[in-house]
Design a protein around this ligand. Sequence first.
Ligand SMILES: *[C@@H]1O[C@H](CO)[C@@H](O)[C@H](O)[C@H]1NC(C)=O
Ligand SMILES: *[C@@H]1O[C@H](CO)[C@@H](O)[C@H](O)[C@H]1NC(C)=O
Ligand SMILES: *[C@@H]1O[C@H](CO)[C@@H](O)[C@H](O)[C@H]1NC(C)=O
Ligand SMILES: *[C@@H]1O[C@H](CO)[C@@H](O)[C@H](O)[C@H]1NC(C)=O
Ligand SMILES: *[C@@H]1O[C@H](CO)[C@@H](O)[C@H](O)[C@H]1NC(C)=O
Ligand SMILES: *[C@@H]1O[C@H](CO)[C@@H](O)[C@H](O)[C@H]1NC(C)=O
Ligand SMILES: *[C@@H]1O[C@H](CO)[C@@H](O)[C@H](O)[C@H]1NC(C)=O
Length: 382
Amino acid sequence: MRAALTNALLGFLSVIAAAICFSCCDANSNVLCIESEREALLKLKNDLNDPSNSLSSWVETEDCCKWIGVFCNNLTGHVTRPEDDAPFTQWEAYEQSKLGGTINPSLLQLKHLTSLDLSNNSFSSIQIPEFDEVRSLQWVSGLSSLQYLDLSEVHLHKATDWLQVTFNLPNLLELHLSDCLLQDDTSPISIVNSRKSLAVLDLYLNQFSSIPMSIFSLHGLVSLNLSFNSLNGPIPDYFGNTSFLEVVDLSSNSLNSSIPNSLYSLHHLQSLSLGGNYFQGEISSAIGNLSSLIHLDLSHNKFQRRLPTSFEDLCKLKEMNLSSNEIDQDISEILRSLSRCSLDCLESLNMAKNQLSGHLTDQLGKFENLAYLSLAQNKIYG
Ligand SMILES: *[C@@H]1O[C@H](CO)[C@@H](O)[C@H](O)[C@H]1NC(C)=O
Ligand SMILES: *[C@@H]1O[C@H](CO)[C@@H](O)[C@H](O)[C@H]1NC(C)=O
Ligand SMILES: *[C@@H]1O[C@H](CO)[C@@H](O)[C@H](O)[C@H]1NC(C)=O
Ligand SMILES: *[C@@H]1O[C@H](CO)[C@@H](O)[C@H](O)[C@H]1NC(C)=O
Ligand SMILES: *[C@@H]1O[C@H](CO)[C@@H](O)[C@H](O)[C@H]1NC(C)=O
Ligand SMILES: *[C@@H]1O[C@H](CO)[C@@H](O)[C@H](O)[C@H]1NC(C)=O
Ligand SMILES: *[C@@H]1O[C@H](CO)[C@@H](O)[C@H](O)[C@H]1NC(C)=O
């Protein structure tokens, strides 16, 4: 429920402005929003269709820090990110109607905007007049303080400069562009996120057929989500460049190589999701290097032969899903590897629909925290 509310709030127009001037924002006074910002927000409101009147609190006389969807930091005067918990009324307001219309260029006056979330509204077009429809995201590059940008579900397939613009925002930490109809990027790019700040990149549900290579210049990347695209062919072997990755989700694509070596070198990796592809070959013994791994989903692929004994080095493994593959091995060997180190942490093990053989022994009884186990559709005998 909390997540649902958070999503709802993020879906709500949260135009979130920030940090206008230190000189006039005294930490000890009751901070009122900055005049020029308030004006910019009002202009923005004027151009929006707001049939449910969800921006009714945005009126001229009030402190804009009190407006719904605008959040100010009470100490610094910075307008900041929304709180996690949204009042129920905001959820209702959002459910009743989406915002639409055009985005007024006054948005560009919010030079210190740190967070912009326009996801899941019905802007068929974000019409910053100078830049004709969503053919370009050039206007975003003026918002150089942005740390958080979510344009999910805004159709950006015509904005061929999306990558150039967003990856180059010097302070950006999180970028969410899921379900934006994005396609492969062909433009050569010059500087990419020069401060290497981008940590969270969510490109879930787009139309990429290959992983945008520029991603491998994002040395600070912590989380990459490219699930539900059309990625096919081999997976590139450049993960050595993004060695801080903790979350990699490439599930539900058509990737068909083996797992590249560089992926096995991600020592910080906690969650690896490669399910629903055509990955093949043997899982390398280098998997033992992924010593931070907690969640491993390799289900629905064509991994073959045996699991390496180095699974015994995955001491934090909680969930392992290798269902629907072609692993051909005695189950007791697998349980022996897993019992070496993940005996106490393993909570979920799914190896259904493989070619496992052998007998079940009392080895299984030692996995005290195992809450989910499926070994269905193998060749195992009690
Ligand atoms: C987006 O809008 C749809 C329909 O209005 C809703 O079902 C969905 O939960 C919304 N998604 C988010 C992330 O708010
Ligand atoms: C600022 O807001 C937070 C959270 O709403 C609150 O806990 C804190 O007491 C406030 N601080 C001041 C100085 O008002
Ligand atoms: C990997 O990082 C190096 C050093 O920053 C860079 O020169 C190279 O282009 C990067 N490789 C890829 C594939 O992005
Ligand atoms: C992987 O997919 C690509 C493109 O879809 C195809 O050309 C290639 O033959 C496939 N390779 C293997 C080993 O299946
Ligand atoms: C990737 O994004 C999808 C959609 O938001 C989500 O369901 C999935 O859990 C994400 N993957 C990870 C590893 O967080
Ligand atoms: C795995 O770790 C070993 C020992 O640290 C190292 O020699 C090897 O190169 C690593 N393999 C990969 C694929 O990172
Ligand atoms: C394992 O993967 C299968 C296929 O992707 C999925 O249906 C199932 O829910 C997953 N099970 C667990 C326990 O993660």
